[in-house]
Design a protein around this ligand. Structure first.
Ligand SMILES: [Zn+2]
Ligand SMILES: [Zn+2]
Length: 163
């Protein structure tokens, strides 16, 4: 069964993409707006190849640059997969001013189909990060600070678990 990469595009998404680009400080180009709109509508993280399928007329290099630029601006984030392929996602988290929240949420990686999902809209990863920070200092001492904690849950996604 082929699962569509994107949900039907909601009317509000192009406008949201436009607003995000306008406030990001990077130039608001058609390519950036279109790719960001597509990722905002995706229900999971997508590979370069999957994004390319939606934009057959855009050349590879332009798409790579567009994805890089959106990543640097903090409008999307990339997640490395176990298959060594990067996947891109526009997380729906609210960004604190000037500080893009990259990887502040956890990810689910399916070990069967390699699809990657962002765990947004839940406080659980944040609470877990606090606990881990606490156990870091309890184990190694107060001098240790953690700057980044990546939370990854591996398992089977709903469609893989069914088959
Ligand atoms: Zn799966
Ligand atoms: Zn994510």
């Amino acid at each position: 069964m082929k699962i569509p990469a994107t949900q039907p595009v909601k009317v509000a998404l192009p406008k949201l993409a436009n607003n995000l680009l306008e406030t990001s400080g990077i130039r608001n180009t058609d390519a950036r707006r279109n790719v960001l709109t597509m990722l905002l509508g995706a229900n999971r993280a997508l590979t370069h190849l999957e994004v390319q399928e939606d934009f057959p007329s855009m050349d590879r290099v332009t798409l790579y640059r567009t994805l890089d630029c959106l990543t640097e601006a903090g409008l999307i984030h990339k997640i490395s997969g176990d298959d060594r392929v990067f996947r891109y996602s526009a997380s729906h988290e609210v960004h604190t001013q000037g500080a893009p929240q990259q990887h502040q949420h956890g990810h689910f990686k399916c070990t069967r189909c390699t699809r990657v999902f962002c765990l947004t809209g839940t406080e659980a990863p944040l609470a877990l990060q606090k606990q881990l920070q606490h156990s870091l200092q309890a184990t190694l001492g107060n001098g240790f600070q953690s700057h980044e904690i990546e939370l990854t849950i591996k398992g089977w996604c709903a469609s893989c678990a069914q088959t």
